[in-house]
Design a binder for this molecule. Structure first.
Ligand SMILES: [Zn+2]
Length: 307
């Protein structure tokens, strides 16, 4: 751990109430230090998140990385962190966030470490989903622009929370970052998590936000995109039914739609993507640990016959 990268306190409050004494100590710490319990887990690798500590400032600094505005959390004057989404294509090495604070400009460094992602070979029976026709390609390009536009959306309102709940219960069928080869042809690495679940399983918003796009797209099928504020955006694909409309404010846990297999899929699942600063990052970093995410993901135990 360097002095530029901080490890946030692990939030357990969301899952289990803290004992009163511990809670009092924690509240005291929070008051003195302004640390947020719900910052994402830092993992400064391609597809991960860097938490970059910024200089003290009486007002919230503005941060940019690679020309894109960055989500800043914390509180005046001592504890400001830039929450930087690192592209899957990033090369390991030292990077810099550009900061502007009350007219002062400086660079805050952070280091990106290398990470190996596995390769997955997928056989698609529908060849058109691997090598679309010319008409399909025109449709795909148009839809790509619309989806990219939504993912790069910036709303100045900070997110209500950076700690997510799982959007559905199921099992990870394809993790984030996999290098994918469709019918022997390499394609973009997997920019989200696939969660397999029976068709009709409800998909909920993992945090409050506003629905900024609803569409039926060639690859992603019925898709919903939610803006949580300051460049934190989430998307949900392949739904059978969509239950929200564009412009709708959604609360944490509100149903967005149901699991289906519209678009490019080999079975019912939800592709869940999360973007920070127009960069797809690993959604599991918004949970206290990978294990906590997997525990929360498990379907609730079936109710016994005698219950
Ligand atoms: Zn996927």
């Amino acid at each position: 751990m360097t002095n530029k990268t901080i490890t946030p306190p692990i939030s357990t409050a969301r899952r289990r109430p803290l004992p009163a004494a511990l809670l009092a100590v924690f509240m005291g710490l929070a008051a003195c230090c302004g640390a947020r319990a719900d910052e994402p887990r830092p993992d400064a690798v391609p597809g991960g998140i860097a938490l970059v500590q910024l200089r003290p400032s009486a007002t919230e600094p503005t941060a940019t990385y690679d020309g894109r505005q960055i989500l800043v959390t914390g509180s005046a004057p001592l504890h400001w962190h830039a929450v930087v989404g690192i592209p899957l294509s990033a090369k390991p090495g030292r990077k810099y966030v550009q900061i502007e604070s009350r007219g002062w400009h400086y660079s805050a460094p952070f280091d990106v470490h290398s990470k190996h992602y596995a390769t997955e070979h997928i056989t698609m029976k529908n060849k058109r989903m691997v090598n679309p026709t010319r008409a399909d390609l025109r449709r795909i390009a148009k839809e790509r622009d619309q989806i990219d536009g939504a993912l790069s959306h910036w709303t100045p309102r900070p997110p209500d929370s950076l700690a997510f709940i799982v959007p559905l219960h199921g099992a990870v069928s394809s993790p984030f970052g996999l290098r994918r080869v469709f019918n022997g042809e390499p394609r973009q690495p997997h920019s989200g998590i696939d969660i397999a679940a029976p068709a009709g399983t409800p998909i909920v918003a993992p945090a409050a936000g506003k629905v900024i796009d609803v569409g039926d797209y060639f690859f992603t099928g019925n898709t919903v995109i939610v803006d949580h504020g300051e460049g934190l955006i989430s998307l949900y694909c392949h739904m059978s039914v969509v239950k929200v409309i564009e412009g709708e404010d959604v609360s944490r846990g509100q149903i967005l739609g149901e699991v289906g297999m519209t678009g490019r899929t080999t079975g019912p699942h939800t592709h869940w993507g999360v973007a920070l600063n127009d960069t797809m990052v690993n959604p599991t970093l918004f949970f206290p640990s990978r294990t906590a995410f997997e525990e929360e993901l498990k379907p609730p135990a079936a109710v016994g016959a005698n219950d």
